[in-house]
Write a protein that binds this ligand. Sequence first.
Ligand SMILES: [Zn+2]
Length: 600
Amino acid sequence: MRSEAGIDGRLRGRILSAAGTRSSHNHEPAGTPQTMANHSPTATVTDPRGSVPQSPAEVRALQQAREERERRVTARRRRRLRQMRLRRLLVLALIVTFPLLLTEGLGHRPVKATVGDRTVWTWGHRSLASAVGKAGLEPPRGDRVDVRGRVLEGGGGEAALPLVGGRVVSYATPVRECRRVSFERGEDVREPLEAEATLIASATGEEWRDGWKPEYLAGRAAVAGIERTERGAISGAICLQERSTAEPIEGGAGAALPQRRCLALTFDDGPNGETTREILSILDEHGARATFFLLGDCVPGQPDIVREEIAAGHEVANHSWGHKQMTRLGPQGALASIARAERLIQDAGAPRCRWFRPPYGATNAAVRRAVLEAGYSIALWSCDTNDWQLPGADTIYRRIMAGARPGANILMHDGGGRREQTIAALRRAVPDLIAQGYELVTLSEMTALTAGDDAGMILRTETGMWRAHLPEEPIAVSVDGVELTGVAPVLVVDGKVLLPAPLLLTALRADWNWDAEGQTVTVNSLRGAFRFRLNSALVSWDDREVVVDVPPMLYRDTPLIPAWALAWAAGAVLVERHVGVASLNFNLGAAAPLVQPLQD
Ligand SMILES: [Zn+2]
């Protein structure tokens, strides 16, 4: 621009000097004597006020000179105009190409690449993905398939794998590093699985069908059977159906199921002062035990009675705070009422209640679910004496005896009013029942929630039968030499130790999840994706199904997985020792070789 101004300036100077020449008749610029000397005639002629006559020849010469001068000026102007246009073009070209130069970089060269069966020219630093796009190529993707391997959506699977010299490369690799690319068809993607599992009551629990819905038992049964269905989430195709059953064995593994005639007497709405004490003395007299469903609001005034009940071997259970109808309170209100009662009962020195009996027996699906999730089993009854209506001691007695059968759960009341009729009926019924061969036991004992099943149990699945029992001696479990506390429950199944999966997998810092809906535990590690189905010897490992020698089990609402399988899935090494006490150490530090088989 400055040079243009210079040109203009010079140009203006010339024109000015010409004008000056014309108008400088009387006072010529001192600095142009030379010009004046050379062109003195012209100067005379061009004087506008020139009064000197000219000859035609002179006029023509002057004219020619003038034209010559004008031609030269015009030529100069054109030249300058051309130069200006050229400069503008250059600047424009620079503006346009600069970003391009920046992005492509000056050092890159175009390269020729063979992508699949096509040849493309592209910049060497461009990604393989862009070259594939430029070649108009669609490398073969895998399909989306259903659980049985049938195609659901062609091309809905994984992208094709690009290979250079037989090695898999990334689509982000620069083209110059992979001039000859072939493609391997992408993997098929299997639709997600939906697993649904229903807990089924232990075999003995199922015998008590009327009044005892197996689902209530299953919620807390130490060993539950599982009925499982797995289907494709998209296709709905069923790919697995399994059923396992569990039977508690009293007297230890291998013992025959004893034929006991057990019966549970249950008393609601207490504690209730002397009435309760009288019932306790009748039971004590005959060595009978019973279950007391306590009202939380009745406990604080008479905690001694709760302690007497427990000391005599009876079971105490939860009957809410305030005896409200749980269906009116809703799940949250019901839980609050149960929790308030539970606190007061435990404050009186009782262990945590296993059972909850809803006032009036009123529940609905939402309340039942909330109560079961809070860890209670719901206890109703198989025989209602309706003793609170005061029908007379004889009637109550007859109803008790009519309702008696193995597994019966007979409902009476020690609280909520005068109970002389109940007490009188009980004085006759307790010895008579014992005479008929009944053992009067607590609800938990009757449903084998206490000692019986811990002694031993049998798990049957489609593929086999296993005997499980509690370890005969304590087992120390450690991770990298640091002993874990509170490792419970632990089972021994055919000589293999089963440990609580949530506790161990957390300690092993595994990426894991327990799906209660499908009763499966999934673990992801460097060794792959594992899916343990509880009560099933079938374990999914990546896309394979592997049969293991000892199945993971659901025991006391806790998923238990064989120790060696936990170690394997979590990427740890298991070292078993027996120095005075059996010990299992999971070593996270030393990564095990991946060639070790899944089978122990
Ligand atoms: Zn009640």
